[in-house]
Design a protein around this ligand. Structure first.
Ligand code: ES4
Ligand code: ZN
Length: 327
């Protein structure tokens, strides 16, 4: 059928990609060599063989180890540029990239090195690929709110280089409410706000993210399916969910794509979008996620494809004028 071509070529936005999760094993080894960083894996193949995750934490341990090869501004640029080349191939016209500054500042990398390298790649994506690219600074939720405040202060000289803040890392035991005060400060600064919630955590974490952090979107949110009342609210308020199907399978949030709740979320009128999360670790980029999802939903066609692409563009933080040109 014509569907795979339509899925591949339709213009779309990516709203949930951790740029450190786009580091392919080959680039990890190249940067390790360039920077003289020792890796606890003998080869690209040995590293890839370690990508057998049983939950979010077993993934995060390897993801933070992979990020340890990033030291210099050029490293951050090279990582993001490699992603943008793949994004262009996937017909992504707008991308909002999560980055985890605390993963790097904890190793002594200045936050300006991180932001300037990523920001320079975003500028190159706009100029050379026609992708409108933006950065979202994420706080690590396994660390304290005081550490999030300190990271925000450190980043403020580069305030013009990021459009928003997010909340990621280990969800269980770290409810959104732990970060209420720092998110209030981010709102005062005019920053867009999003948070991971309802990936491994319960539906109440989604409610906290909305009510306490005042987020505009929920990252993942798939466990909303367990709460009919929350489903009604998310549909009524058209709160976008940035869903990541291959991620959910690899981290055992769902047993397989056929069992993924996305069709029910879509049918209930939620503003769901499809995203890649950590594409180098989870087996595919955005179009790979779309193709896999539609293979598991043989009754879906152009109408569902169009809805998902339109949702992604509408749920973005792109200026209204830019959105009007897309949808
Ligand atoms: C993440 Cl899949 C996922 N969940 C939470 N935090 C993350 N950081 C990178 N990938
Ligand atoms: Zn994520």
């Amino acid at each position: 059928s014509a569907l795979p071509g339509l899925l591949a070529r339709m213009p779309k936005a990516e709203l949930h990609i951790h740029i450190e999760g786009s580091l392919e094993p080959e680039l990890i080894f190249a940067l390790a060599r360039r920077n003289g960083v020792a890796l606890p894996y003998a080869s690209v193949e040995a590293l890839r063989a370690a990508y057998a995750f049983t939950d979010l934490q077993t993934f995060l341990d390897i993801y933070y180890a992979g990020a340890s090869v990033l030291l210099h501004e050029q490293d951050f640029y090279d990582m993001a540029w490699a992603y943008f080349e793949k994004a262009a191939r996937d017909h992504i016209v707008h991308a909002e990239l999560f980055f985890d500054p605390q993963t790097h500042t904890a190793r002594g990398v200045p936050i300006g090195t991180v932001i300037e390298g990523l920001s320079r790649a975003c500028a190159a994506a706009r100029t050379h690929l026609g992708i409108s690219a933006e950065l979202i600074l994420c706080f690590l939720r396994h660390l304290s709110e005081a550490e999030a405040f300190a990271t925000l202060e450190e980043a403020l000289p580069w305030r013009a280089h990021f459009i928003g803040v997010g909340l990621d890392s280990s969800e269980r035991g770290h409810p959104p409410g732990k970060f209420t005060r720092v998110f209030v400060r981010c709102a005062e600064l005019g920053l867009h706000r999003v948070a991971h919630a309802g990936e491994e955590g319960p539906p109440t974490y989604i409610e906290e993210a909305l009510d306490l952090l005042r987020v505009a979107r929920i990252d993942h949110g798939v466990r909303a399916i367990e709460s009919p009342a929350l489903m009604q609210r998310l549909a009524a308020e058209r709160v976008p969910l940035t869903v990541c199907p291959l991620s959910n399978v690899k981290l055992c949030v769902v047993p397989d794509l056929a069992a993924h709740p996305l069709p029910q979320l879509l049918a209930a009128g939620l503003a769901v979008t499809i995203n890649s999360d950590d594409p180098a670790y989870f087996g595919g980029y955005l179009n790979d996620n779309l193709l896999a999802l539609f293979s598991a939903q043989p009754q879906w066609g152009a109408s569902e494809a169009y809805t998902l692409a339109r949702n992604s563009l509408e749920a973005s933080f792109a200026p209204a004028q830019e959105k009007a040109a897309w949808v």
